[in-house]
Design a binder for this molecule. Structure first.
Ligand SMILES: [Zn+2]
Length: 147
C-alpha cells in the first residue's frame, strides 16, 4: 500500500502506466477501510520523506483525501533511473520533470497521491520516460483527452 522506492525494483511498466490497475487497487483499499477491515494505521503509513516531499513539492489535484476527507490530496512525482539516487528523486516542478523526459538515459516516473494530514498515500501511475520514449501516461487519466 505504501510507496517505498526500494520495493519498486523489478516492477514492470505497462503502456497505460498501470492507471487502471492502481485505481482498482486504490478503490479496494478505500472500500476495506470504510468497511472497517483496515485501520487508519494500515492505510495512512506514508514515509516521513514522502510527507516532506508532499508538503514542499506536492501539487494539489483538487480531490479530497478519501480517508480523512478533510484535506486536499497532492501528487508527488519521483524519478528513478541511471545516475539518480537509489531512492529516486523527487521532482519539484513541471520544468524539472520535462528535463527528465528529455534525458538520453531511460527513467521511470512514479506519481503518488498523498494526504499530508492523515498520511494516506497511494501510487497513482507510473510511466517510462527519457531515452526518446514517448510517454503515454504522463497525464492523469481524468484530464487526458480522448482521441
Ligand atoms: Zn487524509
Amino acid at each position: 500500500m505504501s510507496f517505498r522506492p526500494g520495493a519498486l525494483d523489478g516492477l514492470q511498466t505497462s503502456p497505460t502506466g498501470g492507471q487502471v490497475e492502481y485505481l482498482l487497487a486504490r478503490n479496494s483499499v478505500i472500500r476495506e477501510f470504510r468497511k472497517g477491515r483496515l485501520s487508519r494505521l494500515d492505510v495512512c503509513d506514508a514515509h516521513p520523506e514522502l510527507i516532506r516531499a508532499a508538503t514542499n513539492l506536492g501539487r494539489p489535484i483538487g480531490d479530497p483525501c478519501p480517508i480523512c476527507e478533510e484535506s486536499e490530496l497532492v501528487e508527488v512525482t519521483f524519478v528513478f533511473g541511471a545516475k539518480l539516487p537509489a531512492g529516486g528523486l523527487c521532482v519539484a516542478t513541471q520544468t524539472e520533470l520535462g528535463r527528465y523526459w528529455r534525458r538520453k538515459e531511460p527513467v521511470v516516473c512514479y506519481v503518488i497521491e498523498v494526504c499530508s494530514d492523515c498520511r494516506w498515500n497511494h501510487l497513482t501511475r507510473m510511466y517510462p520516460a527519457g531515452a526518446g520514449v514517448d510517454a503515454v501516461a504522463r497525464k492523469p487519466m481524468r484530464s487526458r483527452k480522448k482521441s
